[in-house]
Design a protein around this ligand. Structure first.
Ligand code: DGJ
Length: 548
């Protein structure tokens, strides 16, 4: 079967090896967009399970992946598989994946499972793992060796960088169509079970001075640092220079910052080597912090928002950092990453029924460049149905969402807390939206309501609720979502009220609205509100008016 990958424009100028332009990142107002084939591109992604990307296994899943409305697969490339013998590369798994993705009309985000995968070094080739003298390990404070390659070794770094550069060089030559649009470097980097490495090389570095590049970066960015870093960085001491403990004090936070710097430096070398071959946008992803956990109890020093400055200083070639959001407080984590100023891309998310609502929220509230539930080939039941419906809405709204990204005329709605009771007030231009979320099945919500009691693996026991809202004119809004009721009020309280002039349901095809039905009676509570009903993702347009 052959399909054409989605593009919004024809090919522009490419690099010498391809007539197709290289995917890139471009600023648009306060947002950053991923540009593919010369046009803004939203990744409607799904990340494959770690061992699901080989042709023989993936063959039976393509129909399902397409039926989910994905335009991009997020899939690993494993160092041990592509470089089984030092310097000898076998690209067959990569070539098959790129070929099959293109044949099914999908783009790819490739995950470089290199030195680190979820903290460990399980994807390092056997010739690396078994030569512990040449490729040294991290150690605990009691001297125990870990199955984690130390970032304090130039041999480790250079071996990874060479392999990654070979991958990018291979893609430059083989992926002429630019099926690969983004590359993740390593996977969920982070030190466990302690906050930092205690190998001999690490101890020497820890006793040495804080590197001048990091001191300089912090001094140059005072006032704009992540609050957690600003709180611990002593300006007086740092200007004089000093050891990590002198500048930052003793404790897990110092250990984490020290480790983050060295992880970032290592990643910088890998990214630079790769980009020298093919300059695709590159990011690093993070496992997030369990409530109450300390560095080392969670993977310490990864690309986390409180460490963004350290990562930026240490790895300036990296384009952004990204969260893997499995926790229920999706809005909070998405917001923390968005506040760093990086584009929001969620390479991994829980494949629950909430994924549909979380996706719409991420695109709306943060002009996300993509959202991708993990283990996508295994998604089933209501979670799959709702994700496909959300992806359909995102596909329909892509021209609007990319046109409004970063200009203040788009937002997202998601319950700020799990048990949100009071209306959630969100300002959008000259109108305030007051959202209520229908998270529990009420007896009155008879038909079409998902009770979420079937599949325990995807069962959040709460109805999904969330939406994207775009202000397309002074009094015109487009809303796509599920389980949200919205009333409207003016920004300045007074005698003026905001009413619903008319509301309709429909769909966009190639940017053109097709009306399906008016919703001006019971469905809007006789004009009092707009309701995206629970259990079904829908798309509505509303025209507002003001009265006294
Ligand atoms: C996060 C990792 O990044 C993925 O590769 C996978 O291991 C998932 N966790 C499993 O939940």
């Amino acid at each position: 079967m052959t399909s054409t990958p989605e593009t919004a424009a024809g090919a522009g100028a490419g690099d010498a090896s391809s007539p197709w332009p290289l995917p890139s990142l471009r600023r648009s107002g306060s947002a950053t967009q991923l540009v593919v084939d010369g046009a803004p591109f939203l990744v409607r992604g799904g990340e494959l399970g770690n061992s699901s990307a080989e042709r023989t296994h993936l063959a039976e899943h393509w129909d399902k992946l397409r039926s989910l409305g994905l335009n991009t697969l997020v899939a690993p490339v494993c160092w041990d598989v592509v470089e089984p013998v030092e310097g000898q590369f076998d690209w067959s798994t990569v070539d098959e994946l790129v070929e099959d993705a293109a044949a099914h009309g999908m783009r790819l985000v490739l995950l470089w499972f290199g030195t680190w995968k979820n903290s460990m070094s399980c994807y390092a080739p056997g010739w690396v793992k078994s030569d512990v003298e040449r490729f040294p390990r991290c150690r605990t404070s009691s001297g125990q060796a870990l199955e984690i390659l130390t970032p304090f070794s130039a041999a480790n770094r250079d071996a990874d960088a060479r392999a990654f550069a070979a991958l990018m060089g291979h893609l430059r030559e083989s992926d002429e169509r630019r099926t690969v649009v983004l590359v993740q470097v390593e996977n969920e980097i982070g030190m466990i079970p302690e906050a930092r490495d205690h190998s001999a090389e690490a101890e020497t570095a820890f006793d040495g001075p804080v590197p001048a590049e990091l001191v300089g970066y912090v001094e140059d960015h005072r006032g704009g640092l992540a609050p957690e870093l600003a709180d611990v960085w002593e300006p007086e001491v740092s200007r004089r220079g000093g050891s990590w403990v002198e500048v930052l004090g003793e404790g897990p936070s110092t250990d984490e910052i020290f480790m983050a710097w060295h992880f970032a430096r290592y990643v910088q070398a890998v990214v630079e080597a790769g980009k020298a071959q093919l300059d695709l946008p590159m990011y690093a992803n993070a496992a997030l912090i369990r409530p109450g956990a300390l560095p080392g109890q969670y993977p310490s020093a990864g690309p986390l928002p409180h460490l963004v400055d350290v990562w930026r200083a240490g790895a300036p070639a990296l384009d952004f950092i990204a969260p893997d959001i499995y926790f229920p407080n999706f809005a909070e984590w998405a917001g923390r990453y968005a506040r760093t100023g990086d584009p929001l891309f969620v390479p991994e998310a829980l494949r629950s029924t909430d994924a549909a609502a979380n996706a719409l929220y991420a695109y709306g509230a943060h002009s996300a460049i993509g959202f991708s539930p993990f283990g996508i080939e295994s998604i089933e039941g209501d979670a799959a149905t709702l994700l496909a419906a959300a992806n359909d809405v995102v596909r329909q709204l892509t021209p609007l969402m990319t046109a409004h990204a970063g200009d203040g005329s788009m937002t997202g709605l998601l319950p700020p807390t799990d048990d949100q009771r009071t209306p959630h007030r969100v300002r959008l231009g000259e109108v305030v939206l007051e959202a209520s979320y229908e998270r529990e099945a009420a007896p009155s919500l008879a038909d079409g309501v998902i009770n979420e009691v079937g599949d325990r693996s995807t069962d959040t026991r709460r109805l999904p609720a969330g939406a994207v809202v775009i202000r397309t004119g002074p009094d015109d809004l487009v809303l796509g979502g599920i389980g949200v009721t919205v009333t409207f009020s003016p920004v300045r309280p007074g005698s003026e009220h905001v009413g619903v002039l008319s509301c309709e349901e429909g769909r966009y095809d190639d940017g053109v609205w097709t009306h399906r039905r008016w919703l001006n009676g019971d469905e809007t509570h006789q004009g009092r509100h707009l309701r995206l009903e629970p259990g079904r993702v829908s798309l509505q347009r509303v025209r507002l008016y003001r009265y006294r």
